[in-house]
Design a protein. Structure first.
Lengths: 325, 355
């Protein structure tokens, strides 16, 4: 089994699809010679040429809008928005256009567009350069939202996103690009809408996304030393959500902690809590705990960023709170 | 050849005024072409006038009137091939008629019935987007895709003068220009964006001047002159197919009708100017041109109108005969692969509806 970094796994999925299918192409800012701001597409220009690995003007609205235009004629474009923060510049295209065209054509028009973007704190870039905004998009009927946390998952899910006939918001986490893992020899598509249990446990389910999956695994390791058995559940796809898997896990452990890097208040974790209380209320032995960022713009100062953004210690605290009840 | 009247900067015209300004002609257009263009103008005019009546009768919803915009639509589409994609704004809601789309489809769209949602891929006519100018990047991307696939088709995006203030217009135009995408940016400059006049929209002398900033040609044409519109679009299509990239066409007219059925322009528009425009509206001017050439008789004109009216009568009858849609479409149309929650949501809807 080859070992791939998260970054290489993204590239591998893109390259596989582009080798097999002329209708798949990528475009975005600085993705060609430079290989993208995160180096994800490095080397792809040499293999696929400047038309299919296309540098664009700094123009998020046009990047996503042109992706829609290419997708509605049957192509499968993958567009890159350099930072999640910059998806705000393309919100009209994502929310009003990509998400709605199928419905507005009576279900006849497909928009098989994948919008890749990345974000995440941990390197002190300040208020406009590291937000986690995936929670905005799960609220829009017509979009699918993926947030993968491992090389294997990011590879298999990106493939599925490219071949999904709906527009997919595909979130990557900046601090995960370097993590490595042995991945299957052959690219195995991972179905959108199917969660992954990273670690089985008996006492509490930690529902975690993106970087917080790894923080949750570290917290689970600690908790094990304290005699608490933690199940780490990664939805991988935020929209649609694997509600059956989520509910089954909580019914087994009877406790639930939700952990994401995005701000806690009004966040995706609130939806998880709502689903759990609706479908597994009688199985809960304790209130659902939430872990996330403080409700403040991300600060520039590293020490303050550390305070705002959650990590394994915060997850462990939440685990302790819920099993202590 | 089109003539240039210096008083109105670079405004191309073919049709004269029957007095001092002589008629021109467009090379390559046969008498049959000229009569077909007339038939199309009448088709659009009839659609528009009947739709206003249907709205007043409560048979269609709020409707965006396009009276005196017909020459821009018919002239430009006549320069296209069937493989070329049209990206209309709401002002071009009935442009599919020029591709053979049934009137009932467009009327159903204005009635809010799902049968009015045409499949864009069937007609190469994109869905109409409400936010202004938002479809310009779509057209740019479709055009870029055609180029990537080695196909010869191009795309035309229609928008109004107000849309040129939108970021989407700028980003789409710049993107297409940089990519040398086969795109025609067709601006119907009717000088009003609801109640906002052109001088409150831009400080540019002409909208075509904006093309300079994108490094593409900007062409000005009389929007009420169907032949000048056709000729300018044909040149733009030739450029696009040759790989020379986009062209911006500014078709200048004046909005002689309300913005839409929900609008009362008396609060902001000079009625004398509107009356003046009605005197030079596009269909009348073209019919006078054909008559001067001896190509159109009263009987022939009447027959064309009768045919167009019949098409509308059939269209509204068909649209009104459509049974109420199945509520399940609400969810099944939203995603290509409905999520697990689909069944729950649908069951709840059926319960609420008392199924």
């Amino acid at each position: 089994m080859p070992e791939l970094s998260y970054r290489e796994a993204v590239r591998d999925a893109l390259s596989h699809a582009m080798r097999e299918d002329d209708d798949v192409f990528i475009m975005g800012e600085d993705i060609a010679e430079m290989g993208g701001s995160m180096g994800v597409t490095a080397g792809m220009l040499d293999e696929f040429g400047p038309d299919r690995v296309r540098n664009t003007p700094i123009s998020e609205m046009a990047i996503v809008g042109a992706g829609i235009g290419a997708a509605i004629q049957g192509m499968r474009p993958v567009v890159e928005v350099m930072y999640e923060d910059f998806t705000t510049l393309a919100m009209e295209q994502i929310v009003n256009q990509a998400a709605k065209h199928r419905s507005m054509s009576g279900g006849q028009l497909k928009v098989p567009l994948t919008i890749r973007t990345q974000g995440g704190a941990g390197w002190s870039p300040g208020a406009q350069h590291a937000q986690q905004l995936e929670g905005w998009f799960v609220h829009v009927p017509g979009l699918k939202v993926v947030f993968a946390s491992t090389p294997t998952d990011v590879r298999g899910l990106l493939w599925s996103a490219i071949y999904d006939d709906n527009p997919v918001m595909f979130f990557e986490h900046r601090t995960l690009y370097g993590i490595k893992e042995e991945v299957p020899d052959d690219l195995e598509p991972i179905p959108i809408g199917k969660a992954r249990v990273h670690r089985e446990g008996e006492d509490v389910t930690v529902v975690a996304t993106g970087r917080l999956v790894h923080e949750a695994l570290a917290a689970a390791q600690e908790a094990e030393g304290e005699g608490v058995s933690v199940e780490v559940f990664d939805p991988r796809t935020l929209q649609p959500l694997d509600e059956d898997g989520l509910v089954a896990s909580v019914k087994k452990t009877n406790r639930c902690v939700v952990a994401h890097e995005a701000v806690t208040r009004m966040g995706f974790g609130a939806e998880i809590a709502a689903v759990v209380q609706e479908k597994a209320f009688d199985w809960l032995d304790a209130p659902i705990e939430r872990v996330g960022a403080k409700f403040a713009p991300l600060p520039f100062a590293p020490v303050m960023e550390d305070y705002v953004v959650p990590d394994a210690a915060d997850v462990l605290e939440a685990i302790r709170r819920t099993v202590g009840r | 050849m089109a003539q240039v009247l210096p008083a109105e900067r670079d405004l191309r015209r073919v049709i004269g005024d029957g007095e001092g300004v002589p008629d021109g002609e467009v090379e390559g257009l046969s008498e049959d072409d000229l009569l077909e263009l007339h038939r199309r103008l009448v088709q659009l005019r009839t659609y528009d006038e009947r739709s206003l009546v249907y709205h007043r009768q409560g048979r269609i919803g709020t409707y965006a009137i396009f009276w005196n915009h017909e020459a821009m639509q018919a002239g430009s589409v006549y320069a296209l091939e069937r493989e070329d994609w049209i990206f209309p704004s709401y002002r071009e809601s009935a442009i599919g008629l020029l591709r053979g789309m049934p009137a009932s489809t467009v009327l159903s769209w204005w009635r809010g019935h799902p049968t009015g949602w045409w499949n864009p891929a069937d007609w190469n006519v994109a869905s109409i987007c409400v936010p202004i100018g938002t479809h310009v990047p779509h057209a740019a991307g479709l055009a870029w895709g055609k180029k990537l696939r080695g196909e010869s088709a191009c795309a035309v995006a229609y928008f109004g003068d107000g849309a040129t203030s939108e970021g989407a217009f700028h980003e789409g135009a710049n993107f297409a220009a940089v990519m040398r995408a086969p795109l025609i940016l067709f601006c119907n400059n009717n000088q009003w964006a609801i109640s906002t006049p052109l001088e409150a929209q831009t400080a540019a002398e002409t909208l075509a001047d904006k093309a300079v900033g994108y490094g593409i040609p900007g062409v000005r044409v009389d929007g009420a002159d169907v032949l000048a519109v056709y000729e300018a679009t044909r040149e733009a299509v030739t450029r696009a197919r040759a790989g020379d990239g986009p062209t911006f066409i500014e078709a200048v007219t004046y909005r002689a009708a309300p913005h839409a059925t929900a609008d009362d322009p008396s609060a902001y528009i000079d009625p004398a100017r509107v009356e003046e425009e009605k005197e030079r509206e596009c269909l009348g001017r073209y019919e006078a041109y054909l008559r001067r050439l001896g190509l159109l008789s009263d009987e022939a004109a009447e027959a064309v109108r009768a045919e167009a009216l019949e098409r509308m009568r059939e269209g509204i009858a068909q649209a009104e005969a459509e049974p109420a849609p199945d509520p399940a479409l609400l969810f099944s149309h939203a995603l290509a692969s409905p999520p697990a929650s689909f069944d729950q949501d649908l069951a709840e809807l059926r319960r609420v509806l008392g199924g």
